[in-house]
Design a protein around this ligand. Sequence first.
Ligand SMILES: [Zn+2]
Length: 116
Amino acid sequence: MTPEQEKNVLSVDQFGDDFSSPGDHLLSDKFVTTRKVFKCCWCQGPIAKGERSRVSKCVMDCEIQTCRYCGECCQAMATDFDEDDCQHLGDRVGLHDADRQERNAALDLIIEKANA
Ligand SMILES: [Zn+2]
């Protein structure tokens, strides 16, 4: 992704109606090169170490929240910016939910065995 595309992505408002309480506001919003593996807050997929990702910090419901977006979700935001819609990012919501359920089930099993 080019620096200009990153700038475009940052102009995509990802919170919108989520800011529903009077004190809700954005603290910071930028691109970083990640130094650890993270989970994308949007598609629930992994963000690899060294990947460029958008990191947004905000106050929501009196709590500081950090949202990280993987490279593919950022690319979807860039495409949405170019095409002036929100279809591409919208399509990525919960993309990895099935995997997550499987992982959680496996973890439950391990915990259950360990506590038996
Ligand atoms: Zn993602």
